[in-house]
Structures are given as structure tokens and as C-alpha cells.
Design a protein around this ligand. Structure first.
Ligand code: IVH
Length: 675
């Protein structure tokens, strides 16, 4: 075998390691996924032809180890400690004072503030830059050897970057599953009839406990490193922050949220800010960890009963709590969809008191087998809708019954139907007959992204419908001041304001108007595409399925929803009634402007952007000629994934569509002179 082949293989490995680093550590991919895959394929082919070339740290060697009967025990050279906890600023101040007392008045201290990720603590040992061992924390003294499983985690380098790596070093951190990966994994598991994971933490822990590393490899895990356990060689860090920065240089992931602060007020500000942004981070945290930054001061402060005096955990309200199910109700939505909702004994979770949790649909009810009287675990994380994550069957009282779908709509008594292949059950009544559907339809009509009628909230709509004052949307525009002022919690002033808001809403856009009609499957993005394509409501109302399918984002199902919407005389009447009430829009032709930099491209935004609201990013992209769609398909040109991105990101990855982060989007906008 020629030296040349060996060099080529090593060059490919170098490139792949570099791209891993850009992707996993810097979160700033340098090449599209397809290009990366091509490099890996090339290396695999080369190694297949020359098996003697394969090295243990080759990026192709992540999965390969055979299943084991059990894990070996590992004794930690330096014990892995746990943390003292606090839940208030006062204790945080007391902790800093105690450190100052122990060190003496003269000493200057600074601190690092870090998110406390709710995952699994592990210790990685690198020798001459090679990953040689991964172990769980265990009881802190001894853990389990999970090297084969750790090797399958793509963001953990099998070999460190650079030629200045320590002779031997142990790096500690938290292995976790992001919320988006957790949701995507569960969506897929449910689709395939498998048991979903209860929460990301259990997902991570369970994955690492697999005796067959191939099973671990199938779970989307990642890791943030938070300390150096011990290190041999010339490099001896002096500060925690310095150590973390060095780890990044060697290709290890460190949480970008780690921040150095000078004093109590800095730490307090960090803790508050992180709590505010907790649900936008994209992974579960249970608090923040504040550490004395100087490693020498850490040594002098030492530990007491397995807990260091130099660090403290500031705990946030738990994202999960157990409570009991007081009842299960069925709510009727705008499209007649019937959603089971668990009525809970109020419980404090994720910082708020929760007394309702959605159960999504009957499939979910059956899967959980949740019953009235059950003790359940409620989870409120990542997003704000509380979920029933699990039923604690051991605590089930005697005499409970499985929940059954009602035969009649709880709002109007019409028959409830559930199509063979659908998870969702629906009230079969005409939307105008069922008051629940009518109310929800009006709420959608008035909502911010639809007609944006300020002051027309859910409670007021319920009142208006219950009092028989409003049946359909055009009725809203016939309300008068005296009637409105006479309603509960309304006075003359609020009545006047509402009438002004109704008047203002008459000037709108065709896209908003289409969206406000609440046609099933026609979201904001599809409405905008329809508006741009048809230009007026009459043409849209008369369009055939074939014509509709020519519009971006519109497939046979959506086309069918639109045609059947306009087939109902009541809907046509509503549209006409609204036009007669004075709703109008300026007719602006929106032809594809060739020559605009993003003309002909379709973009999708997902997750929570930090620098600007999504609508603004969308408008800026549209200004550059791009179409912005609501869902990812083979026609999508690019996806912008911000923290919290979920199934759309997974879909993009599945289809091999280029994905960029927010920083890259901002750069692109700047490059095109848009700020
Ligand atoms: S420092 C002695 N830093 O919290 C120092 N721990 O109770 C202990 N954890 O299971 C570790 N994020 O895995 C530290 N930024 C962070 C952390 C963190 C999460 C976990 C850790 C351990 C527990 C300590």
C-alpha cells in the first residue's frame, strides 16, 4: 500500500474533524451537509479498500463496538462532587461573603456563571489527544465505563484538535438531548408505534445505559463541557474561564452562555436573565452554577462533605412536577377538532401554577392510558404548553376507568366523528351551528396575525356569542357603542376603543384576510402565497384544485380544504359580508422581481430568533426577493434554524436542505446591505 493512500486518508480525517468542529463546537457549519457526507463517504471507501489504514480515532469509527453484557467500573482519580444549592439571592450573597471570609478580606474574587444543564454528568479522558475513556459520575467515587457509547456522540471529538494537547487530561461535562432533538425523536417514535421518551434527561440517561452502542448512536445526544477534572502536561490552567476557552480551542463543546462576572450583582443579573430566557435555550436547565473563577482560590476553599465550597447551584423552579388528574374535558376548536384536556390539581411547575394540560388527541390518551384520579408527571419546558409526560401507574387509585371519546360534541351535541386514519376527532356540525367552533373561529379572525383587532379578546368573544350578539365575523362590524358598553367588564371608553380598533382593522392586506378566514391547513405563509398568486379573493374563491396546486406550499390536501371552504354558501356569505362591512386592501401586484438577490428562493424560518422578531426577518428576506414558507419541503432553498427549532429542522436535515443559524442570517442580511 502506498504512503500516498495513508496521507490521503489522514487528510480526509483532518478535514472531517475541522468540519465537525465548525458544526458542533462553533455552531457555524463551513459546508453543506451533503458536502460533509461526501467526505465521510470518501474516507469510508478508502478505509474499506485498505482496512489496515483504519485508526481508532477515525471519524468513521464511532459505531462499531459489539454489545456488552455489563459496564466495567471506573474509579475516578479525582472524585466528582455535587453542589450546594440555593434558591434565592440572599443565600447567593451569603455564599460569596463566606468565600471572602475564608480567603481573607484582601483577596479579589471573580466568578463564572454557567447554565446547569439537566442531563447526565460524565468524565472523558484524553491521552495525547485521543479519547480513551468515557465514564458516568456514578456515586462520585466510582462510575461506569461507557466509552463505546460516548464514542457514538458526534459532537464529542475522538481526537482533539491542535498539537498542543495535554499528555493526559480528564474533561467533565453534561451529556444531554436538546428539546428539538427530543421532540423530533418522540414524533418519530410515536409514528413508528414505539414508546416515546418521558423527558430529555431520561432520554440521555437511558441512551448512555444501552449495552449496545448502536442503540446509543441512534439517539441524538450532545455534550457541553464544564470543567477539567485533572490534567498532566505543561498546560496548567489558572482560571475556570481560561480552562473552558482552551477546551473550545481543542474542539470540545462549551456552553456559549458561560459568563464571567465580578460580584454578587453580576451573578444575580446573570441568574435572572438566564431564568427569563430559560425556555428559549433549546435544552432543559434546572438552574445556574456560580463558581469561583480562580482555580487556586478553588483549591484553598476546598470541599466539605462531597460539596465544594467554591461553587453553588442556583436552582430554578422545577420544569416537572407530579399532581393528580381531577377531570378530563374535551374542548372544541375552530375546525371542530376535539382536544382532550386534563384538569389538574393546581401545581407549581416551571415558574407558574398549572391547572390544565393538553392531551393532544385520543391516541395520546390511549398511549398514556391516563385516567381521572391518576397521579401524573406534568412537564412544562421548551415551550409553554404544559404536557402530561407520564402516568405514575403505581399510584393509581382503585376503581378508575379508561377515558372514552364522547359520542356527542360537548358544546352542541352533534355527533363526534373520527376518521379511520386520523388521530383527531371532530364535531361533525356545521361551524356555524356549533358555538364552540364559532367562538374559536372568531378568536382566530381577531388574532394578531389575522385581522389584529386590539381589545377583542377571548373572554369578550365568548360573551358576545353567548349573548347572541355575534354569530359570524361580519356581525362584529355591526356592534354599537351602547351594546358594547353594557357588557361585563366593559365601559364606554373600552367600547369606543374597540369600535376604533374594528374600524382600523378594515384596512388590511389580502394575505391577512385570507388567513383570518380560518381555512383548515391555510396558515400565514400559505395565505401569503395565495394572496400573491391570485391577487384577489374572488379569483381564489373560484379556483380549481389544479389552479390551487400551482401555488407554492399548496398540495392536494390544502387545495381540497380551500375548495370545500368556498363550496359552503355560509362561508361565501361571510366573505361577502366582510367586504360589505368595508374590509378592503390595497391591490399591490407582487410579481417575482428578477435581479433581487434571493429571487426564486424559498426560505423557512424556525425556532426563536434572538435579534429580531420572526415577522421582521421574514419581511427582510422578502425584501431581498425570497419567498418565506411555513413548512419545509423539497422546494425549500434554505432553512434558518434558531434555538428551539424542532421538526422543521429535522425535516430539513432529512431532505439535505442547507441550514443556517441566526448569526449567518444576520451576516447575509448585512452582506446585502440590509440591517
Ligand atoms: S460543576 C463540584 N457545572 O450538576 C462541581 N455541574 O450537582 C460539580 N451540572 O451532576 C460540577 N451543569 O453534572 C457543574 N455547569 C455545570 C453544570 C453542572 C450541570 C451538573 C453536574 C452534576 C450536578 C452537580
Amino acid at each position: 500500500m502506498s504512503e500516498d493512500v495513508r496521507i490521503r486518508a489522514e487528510a480526509l480525517r483532518e478535514q472531517i474533524r475541522f468540519h465537525n468542529y465548525r458544526y458542533h463546537v462553533l455552531d457555524d457549519p463551513y459546508v453543506a451537509d451533503a458536502e460533509y457526507d461526501a467526505l465521510v463517504d470518501k474516507l469510508s471507501a478508502l478505509e474499506a479498500a485498505h482496512p489496515e489504514l483504519v485508526t481508532a480515532d477515525s471519524p468513521t469509527q464511532r459505531v462499531g463496538a459489539e454489545p456488552v453484557a455489563g459496564f466495567e467500573t471506573v474509579i475516578h482519580e479525582v472524585p466528582m462532587l455535587s453542589l450546594n444549592k440555593t434558591v434565592n439571592a440572599q443565600d447567593l450573597g451569603a455564599w460569596i461573603d463566606r468565600c471572602q471570609d475564608l480567603l481573607g478580606d484582601e483577596e479579589r474574587m471573580s466568578f463564572t456563571c454557567e447554565p446547569k444543564i439537566d442531563g447526565v454528568a460524565v468524565a472523558l479522558v484524553y491521552e495525547h489527544g485521543q479519547l480513551v475513556r468515557g465514564a458516568t459520575r456514578g456515586d462520585g467515587e466510582t462510575g461506569e465505563d461507557i466509552t463505546a457509547n460516548v464514542r457514538t456522540i458526534k459532537s464529542i471529538p475522538l481526537r482533539l484538535l491542535g498539537d498542543d494537547v495535554p499528555t493526559r487530561m480528564e474533561v467533565r461535562g453534561e451529556i444531554y438531548m436538546s428539546n428539538a432533538d427530543f421532540e423530533a425523536y418522540n414524533a418519530k417514535a410515536l409514528e413508528q408505534g414505539e414508546k416515546p421518551l418521558v423527558n430529555p434527561r431520561n432520554g440521555a440517561a437511558g441512551s448512555l445505559r444501552q449495552l449496545d452502542p448502536r442503540l446509543t448512536a441512534a439517539r441524538p445526544l450532545t455534550m457541553y463541557c464544564y470543567s477539567v477534572g485533572w490534567v498532566e502536561g505543561p498546560w496548567q490552567p489558572r482560571m475556570q474561564m481560561e480552562a473552558l476557552e482552551r477546551l473550545v480551542g481543542w474542539g470540545l463543546r462549551v456552553n456559549p452562555e458561560v459568563t464571567a462576572v465580578e460580584d454578587l450583582s453580576g451573578a444575580q443579573a446573570y441568574v435572572e436573565d438566564l431564568l427569563q430566557r430559560r425556555f428559549e435555550l433549546g435544552y432543559d436547565i434546572d438552574g445556574a452554577v456560580i463558581k469561583v473563577d480562580s482555580l487556586d482560590q478553588q483549591r484553598r476553599l476546598g470541599a466539605l462533605t462531597r460539596r465544594p465550597r467554591w461553587a453553588i447551584a442556583y436552582k430554578y423552579p422545577a420544569e416537572e412536577a407530579t399532581t393528580t388528574v381531577a377531570g378530563i374535558e374535551f374542548q372544541v376548536g375552530r375546525t371542530g377538532a376535539i382536544t382532550p384536556v386534563a384538569k389538574l390539581e393546581p401545581v407549581f411547575v416551571g415558574g407558574v401554577t398549572v391547572s390544565n394540560a393538553t392531551l393532544h388527541n385520543m391516541d395520546e390518551v390511549e398511549r398514556l392510558d391516563v385516567r381521572v384520579g391518576d397521579t401524573v408527571m406534568v412537564r412544562r419546558a421548551g415551550d409553554v404548553i404544559p404536557q402530561v409526560a407520564a402516568v405514575i401507574v403505581d399510584k393509581r387509585p382503585p376503581g378508575t376507568h379508561p377515558v372514552r371519546l364522547p359520542v356527542a360534541c360537548p358544546e352542541c351535541g352533534s355527533e363526534v366523528r373520527r376518521a379511520e386514519d386520523e388521530a383527531v376527532a371532530r364535531c361533525s356540525a356545521d361551524p356555524l351551528f356549533c358555538p364552540a367552533q364559532r367562538k374559536e373561529g372568531l378568536k382566530h379572525f381577531a388574532s394578531r396575525l389575522a385581522m389584529d383587532i386590539e381589545g377583542l379578546g377571548d373572554k369578550l368573544i365568548d360573551q358576545l356569542v353567548d349573548a347572541g350578539l355575534v354569530e359570524t365575523a361580519p356581525d362584529l362590524y355591526r356592534l354599537d357603542e351602547a351594546t358594547l358598553a353594557g357588557l361585563d367588564r366593559m365601559g364606554e371608553k373600552s367600547a369606543r376603543n374597540l369600535l376604533d380598533a374594528l374600524e382600523a382593522s378594515k384596512q388590511t392586506t389580502l394575505a391577512r384576510f385570507i388567513y383570518s378566514l380560518g381555512i383548515r391547513e391555510v396558515g400565514e405563509a400559505t395565505a401569503a402565497n395565495l394572496a400573491a398568486y391570485f391577487g384577489d379573493i374572488t379569483t381564489l374563491a373560484r379556483a380549481t384544485s389544479e389552479e390551487l396546486e400551482a401555488v407554492d406550499d399548496v398540495g392536494p390536501i390544502v387545495a381540497e380544504r380551500i375548495t370545500s371552504f368556498f363550496e359552503l354558501p355560509a362561508n361565501v356569505e361571510t366573505v361577502e359580508g366582510l367586504r360589505l362591512a368595508g374590509i378592503h386592501w390595497s391591490v399591490v401586484a407582487a410579481p417575482i422581481v428578477h435581479g433581487l438577490p434571493l429571487a426564486g428562493q424559498t426560505w423557512v424560518l424556525t425556532g426563536t430568533l434572538e435579534a429580531m422578531p420572526r415577522n421582521e426577518a421574514k419581511a427582510l428576506l422578502q425584501g431581498l426577493g425570497a419567498k418565506v414558507a411555513g413548512s419545509v419541503s423539497a422546494k425549500t432553498s434554505r432553512v434558518v434554524a434558531a434555538p428551539g427549532a424542532g421538526s422543521k429542522l429535522a425535516k430539513a436535515e432529512e431532505l439535505g436542505i442547507p441550514v443556517m443559524n441566526e448569526a449567518a442570517l444576520l451576516q447575509l442580511l448585512r452582506d446585502h446591505g440590509v440591517e
